[in-house]
Design a protein around this ligand. Structure first.
Ligand code: IPE
Ligand code: IPE
Ligand code: MG
Length: 247
């Protein structure tokens, strides 16, 4: 279902969901309450993205650097992700959402990995929006794993060094088969990528908005999409209509 009020809807939006802790602090609440409220914002964002015709929505849920947070917060975030999958998987499946998980899946402890795999497996055949969950994800880690895989291919003689192309590198990343994001959006006013989709965002539009993630409502999302629609993308070329050289 696409929204006739919106033009130029990006096919792929990737979001750095930031500001849960500040949302809670500003209310005198523990950080965990911000994460809890953040889950509600996730539900609304997935719904809105599906409604307006976005094909891929990537959400940065937990970075490879977030392990350095206090143990209690890490375990709280794990608990929330597990609860989200347990509670929402049937509903997402029913909405025809396809789930993909990016990030390092090795060395995950406990029951998180089976749940992530179940979410991918259950929804594999769905044809609606693809929800890409970035969990234990960091771009440098992803690229390192891809380089190692290529090095093995070369060492085993399946590939020569000059056969390593940008396309081949992309095919070894966790995001293989997923188009690059058209828009990378970060909430909470921070203006950095924090190791998110560094390869894939080469030509993405970047948008940093002040709202904290728990305040990311449908209206805030639609306003961001409106800003995106006004951007001019060039990909190194010239703006349209193309000016003839010498004219
Ligand atoms: C985003 O909110 C959630 C995760 C990083 C998992 P934060 O927890 O980073 O909230 P702030 O940035 O401290 O406000
Ligand atoms: C990025 O937010 C990671 C996620 C949203 C999951 P952080 O809050 O971890 O980023 P920094 O530390 O402020 O750069
Ligand atoms: Mg943060």
């Amino acid at each position: 279902m696409s929204n006739p009020l919106l033009r130029n809807v990006p096919a792929h939006v990737a979001i750095i969901m930031d500001g849960n802790g500040r949302w809670a602090n500003s209310r005198g609440l523990p950080r965990t309450m911000g994460h809890r409220k953040g889950v509600e914002a996730v539900r609304e964002a997935v719904r809105t993205a599906g409604e307006v015709g976005i094909r891929y929505l990537t959400l940065f849920a937990f970075s490879s650097e977030n392990w350095s947070r206090p143990e209690a917060e890490v375990s709280d975030l794990m608990g929330l992700l597990k609860a989200f999958i347990r509670r929402d998987l049937a509903d997402l499946h029913q909405q025809n959402v396809r789930i993909r998980v990016i990030g390092d899946k090795t060395n995950l402890r406990g029951d998180i990995l089976p749940l992530l795999l179940e979410a991918e497996e259950t929804t594999r055949g769905n044809t609606g929006i693809t929800l890409v969950i970035a969990f234990n994800y960091g771009s440098r880690d992803e690229m390192t794993r891809a380089m190692r895989a290529l090095a093995i291919d070369v060492a085993e003689g399946h590939l020569t060094a000059d056969q390593i192309t940008p396309e081949r590198i992309a095919s070894k990343l966790d995001t293989a088969g997923i188009p690059d994001p058209d828009l990378v959006l970060r909430t909470s006013g921070e203006e950095r990528l924090s190791n998110f989709l560094l390869w894939q965002a080469a030509y993405s539009e970047l948008l940093f908005i002040p709202e904290l993630w728990p305040d990311f409502t449908r209206e805030v999302f639609l306003a961001a999409l409106k800003t995106y629609a006004g951007r001019e993308r060039r990909f190194g070329g010239l703006s349209q209509p193309t000016m003839a050289v010498g004219s």
